[in-house]
Structure formats: C-alpha cells, structure tokens
Design a protein around this ligand. Structure first.
Ligand code: PMP
Length: 401
C-alpha cells in the first residue's frame, strides 16, 4: 500500500478551479470570466509587441549567458522597478533608503515580505481588506502572521465603506501591518479617492501602522503608470516606512514568466542595507535565486526610452479596452431594462467588476449560459469582447429576473 493511501483529496483553488471547470465544458458559447488574465477582442492571450522586441534583442545577444542571478535578482531590474513604482525622482531612492529584491511575481514578493515580517517585525498581525484576493489570507498566515480584516466594501452602494475602514484601522493595535491594494482593488474594483488615501495615510501614520502595498495592476486601472502609483507615493513622501510588492504579470503581460519585486522603504540607508541582508537569508532557503529571463525583458524595456514609451501605449490600449467593455456591458443591460442599478460596472476600475450577483445566480449562469466566474460574482472584464457582451447580458438578465 502507498504511504499516502489515506491522503485526503484537496479542494480545487477557488479562482484557478473556475478555469478547470470551464475547460471541461463542451459548449461553443462558453465564456471564462474567472481568471484575471487579459484577452484580446478575439479572446486570445496577448504578448505585447514591445515584449517580443525585447526578447529578440535578448536572444540575439551572444554575450548573454545563463548563469545564476544573485539572491536578490537582476540589479538593473530592481533599480528600474523601484523607479517605476516610487517615481523616477523619488528622494527615498536617491537617499538609498529603498531595498528592492526581484521575486516570483506578485505572489512571491508578498510571500518574501511576509516571511521577513514574521521573522523580524515585532507586531505579527496583518490587516487585510474584506473582501480581498483569495490568496492573501493564505500567503500571510502560512508565513506565520495573524490575519485580521478591515471593512472595505459596502454591498448596498457597491462602493467603499470608508467609515468602516477608518474605524477598523483606528482600533488596530499599534504597529499592526496593513495590506493595501495600490489600485484596482481585487475583487471589488473599488478604490479610495486620493483625498481618502490621504486620510488613510494620516490615520495610519498617527497609529504607527505599517503599510504593505500590493501593486498587481499598476497602469491597468487608469492606463497611467504614474496615476496608479499615487497612493504609494503619498505614503513614501512622508518619509515613513512602506512595503511594496510589484507584479509585471498584468501590466507587461508576463504572467507565466513570474516577474515581480519586493521593495522595502526604510528610514535610513543603513537600515535598508541591513534589511536587505536579512531578505537574502529569507530567500536563499526558499528558492536560492530568481529566474533570469523575465526580469531581463523588463529591464530591457524600462532602460530604453523608446521601448518604455511603446510599452505605455500598449498598456493604455489594454486598459482602454477594459473600460470599453464596462461601457458596453452597462449599455447592454440598460437596453434590456435589466432590473437594478448597474452603474457600478462603469464606476469600478481595473480588471474586475464585482457584479453583486450572489452564488446562486452565478451557479445559474454557469449551468444555463456556460458563463464561468468566481462564486462571489466577480467577473474579469478582460475576458469579455464586443462579441460576447450580449451573451453575458442575457445571462445576467435571466439570473436576476
Ligand atoms: N495581488 C493581487 C491583488 C492579485 O490580483 C494578483 C493576481 N491575481 C496578485 C497579487 C499576484 O499575481 P502574480 O503572482 O501572478 O503576480
């Protein structure tokens, strides 16, 4: 008998499991709005032209070898990543108060940050928004942090519960870590305004709470890399500490290359350098050092003005297509006279719309219309096209009437 004979069947990941179910469906009308990956108007995955261009340069460069990177990753990539998120002229970078390490996309960056905090930070409690990306509680608790929630979403308005958020952060213990979605909150698509961010910053600084930003969608929310980084830059501008986990999965379409970075902004260069030495001790026993291909693509693009500009144009086109899909879905429901207020579809931003549909309605849409999405009613707008909007509108209409 196998030594694993009694092992229990594990549950499917709630987000990735949607695609597993979708793949089994044989209907020609099936629609996958579960996974958060960009699709073209034709429903195809997209490799950016500028990425193809960078890859050609890399492949043709005979001087490039496949040696291991340092534990902290590709130095050029780390430098460019810090500038991208904190701003090219960020005083914190100029004062060498920022340590940046390359990690395995957004998830790996969050995990390295979590492991570092569990080992070296005195307050091992992290507050995450309710709701949040389903992997957040697991990443932080498995690293040894206690996970608590702060109010974020108000179902009645399908907007931000700003008072609840402030109250919950006010009653958090001094020093607690607070996870903040930098922009395009997943799954709700609801972000604080800049004025609200400023209030959050003031409250957090006065309570001594430690900000940990998850930036998985820079450029994807508004189409502007700078605008989407504003909340983080507000926090860094006050001179205080700040964590930022960056992912290039969405904004450069590098999903499977697993390219990301963790930056820790410290109060002095001396502290930053000791923090980095400890990050290396966290990373070494996890995976020794990160992969080389993905960050080389990113560094090639970010270091070249023309390629950088080309990237921003392609990124804006992706963001604009998503915004167009929002409008088309809203218009389709309005034209059908579907009961209810659907204005949140055009108010929310980023990759997802939090439709407000409940799990029974979602199950109905999957069964009757072959529309796949997470059971919380989140749909990926990037998975929609002009061709499929009417089918989704039919499904929603039938689910709510
Ligand atoms: N944070 C959030 C909020 C996300 O939505 C995602 C991707 N779904 C990630 C982090 C991490 O993604 P990745 O590891 O692919 O960069």
């Amino acid at each position: 008998d196998s030594v694993f004979a009694n092992i229990a069947q594990g549950p499917e990941d709630p987000i990735l499991g949607v695609t597993v179910a979708y793949n089994k469906d044989t209907s020609p009308n099936k629609l996958n709005l579960g996974v958060g990956a960009y699709r073209t108007e034709e429903g195809k995955p997209l490799v950016l032209n500028v990425v193809r261009k960078a890859e050609k340069l890399l492949v043709n460069d005979q001087s490039r070898v496949k040696e291991y990177l340092p534990i902290t990753g590709l130095a050029d990539f780390n430098k460019c990543s810090a500038k991208l998120i904190f701003g090219a002229d960020s005083p914190a970078i100029q004062e060498n108060r920022v340590t940046t390490v390359q990690s395995l996309s957004g998830t790996g960056s969050l995990r390295v940050g979590a492991e570092f905090l569990a080992k070296h930070y005195h307050q091992r409690t992290i507050y995450i928004p309710r709701p949040t990306w389903g992997n957040h509680p697991k990443v932080f608790s498995i690293a040894g942090l206690a996970v608590e929630y702060y109010r974020y979403y108000e179902p009645n308005t399908r907007g931000l519960d700003f008072q609840g958020l402030l109250e919950d952060l006010k009653s958090a213990p001094a020093g607690a870590i607070v996870l903040l979605h930098a922009c395009a909150h997943n799954p709700t698509g609801v972000d604080p305004t800049l004025e609200q961010w400023e209030q959050i910053r003031q409250l957090m600084r006065s309570q001594g709470l430690l900000p940990f930003f998850d930036s998985a969608y820079q450029g994807f929310a508004s189409g502007s890399l700078d605008a989407d980084a504003q909340p983080i830059r507000l926090f860094v501008a006050d001179g205080g500490e700040c964590f930022a986990a960056q992912s290039y999965a969405k904004n450069m379409g590098l999903y499977g290359e697993r390219v990301g970075a963790l930056s820790i902004v410290c109060k002095s260069a001396d502290v930053a350098s000791r923090v980095e030495s400890q990050l290396k001790l966290v990373i070494r026993p996890m995976y020794s050092n990160p992969p080389i291909h993905g960050p080389s693509i990113v560094a090639t693009i970010l270091k070249d003005r023309d390629m950088y500009n080309e990237w921003t144009v392609e990124l804006k086109a992706m963001a604009d297509r998503i915004i167009t899909m929002r409008q088309q879905l809203f218009d389709a429901l309005t034209a059908k006279g579907t009961p209810g207020d659907w204005s949140h579809i055009i108010k929310q931003i980023g990759m997802f719309t939090f439709t407000g549909l409940n799990s029974e309605q979602v199950a109905f849409m999957t069964k009757e219309y072959h529309v796949y999405m997470t059971s919380d009613g989140r749909i990926s707008m990037a998975g929609l096209s002009s061709r499929t909007v009417p089918h989704l509108a039919d499904a929603i209409h039938a689910a709510v009437t």
